[in-house]
Write a protein that binds this ligand. Structure first.
Ligand code: SF4
Ligand code: SF4
Length: 254
């Protein structure tokens, strides 16, 4: 399966996933390297001995998760981009995932990106917390991402958001920016009504005519949901701006 699709199977992953108990103790490396190839920089980079010595250069790495400190040296040393460090103690709601990233431009710390799973499907919005780039030829840049805690073992790639910047105004009436919207989605506000109640987007004079679609697009991209499957927000009359005097007195003498 892995040879045909390039995507690890659940059985493959079960063999290399640190236990829930270990993940609850702090940062730990997850090594998703399944093919026998002549390669061992991960083992030579590991100063704690957590990655056991190879008997044969073609061995796949074996790691003692309890001996791993989550330092991340193996992440930037692996030419196969097969290692991430996961820290589920990062905060109450979020985990920190350190991934290797070889594309240019590098994301900027503080920006929001789309978290992708192993198949490249969007699964959540992620915040770039740090970008480590030593510019050394044999070290891959490492991007630290804050993701919803239940996505720690799912997010393995990212897609930069190059269409709308975080400064783009989504709701002109209530001045909600794309960055603020992305932060709300990342915190779990995943319907238009939830976004509306927390931010007032869509409650201004235009009644959501501009922002509703943009908010839905962003929720769909961040959560990997089809637009058609999203819950549409509540519409209430009037469907266009109307003067109070018109409501009180009627229009055209009506
Ligand atoms: S994260 Fe650090 S301690 Fe853990 S396996 Fe990698 S190099 Fe070793
Ligand atoms: S350096 Fe990366 S590709 Fe090479 S053996 Fe270690 S985990 Fe596998």
């Amino acid at each position: 399966m892995l040879e045909k699709t390039g995507v690890a199977t659940e059985q493959d992953l079960a063999r290399v996933t640190p236990s829930k108990e270990r993940r609850a103790k702090g940062p730990v490396a997850v090594i998703e390297c399944f093919q026998r190839i002549p390669c061992n920089p991960c083992q030579t980079a590991c100063k704690t001995g957590a990655i056991k010595e190879f008997k044969d250069i073609n061995d796949t790495p074996e790691i003692d998760h309890d001996a791993c400190t989550g330092c991340g040296l193996c992440v930037s040393s692996c030419p196969g981009l097969s290692i991430v460090v996961v820290d589920e103690t990062y905060s109450e709601e979020e985990a920190l995932v350190k991934i290797p990233y070889e594309f240019l431009p590098l994301p900027e710390a503080g920006s929001f990106v789309t978290g992708l799973d192993r198949e490249g499907k969007p699964v959540c919005r992620a915040k770039v917390v740090k970008v480590l780039n030593t510019k050394s030829m044999d070290r891959t840049p490492v991007v630290s991402l804050a993701v919803p805690k239940d996505m720690s073992m799912t997010v393995r790639f990212i897609k930069l958001n190059d269409y709308f910047s975080d400064n783009t105004i989504v709701c002109r009436c209530e001045e909600l920016t794309m960055g603020e919207l992305r932060e709300l989605i990342r915190k779990g506000y995943n319907t238009v009504d939830e976004i509306k109640r927390i931010s007032r987007a869509g409650m201004g004079p235009c009644q959501g005519r501009t922002c509703r679609q943009l908010i839905m697009q962003e929720i769909a991209a961040a959560t990997g949901t089809k637009m058609a499957d999203l819950t549409v927000s509540t519409y209430r009359p009037p469907v266009k701006p109307v003067k109070l005097g018109t409501i009180a007195g009627g229009e055209h003498g009506e």
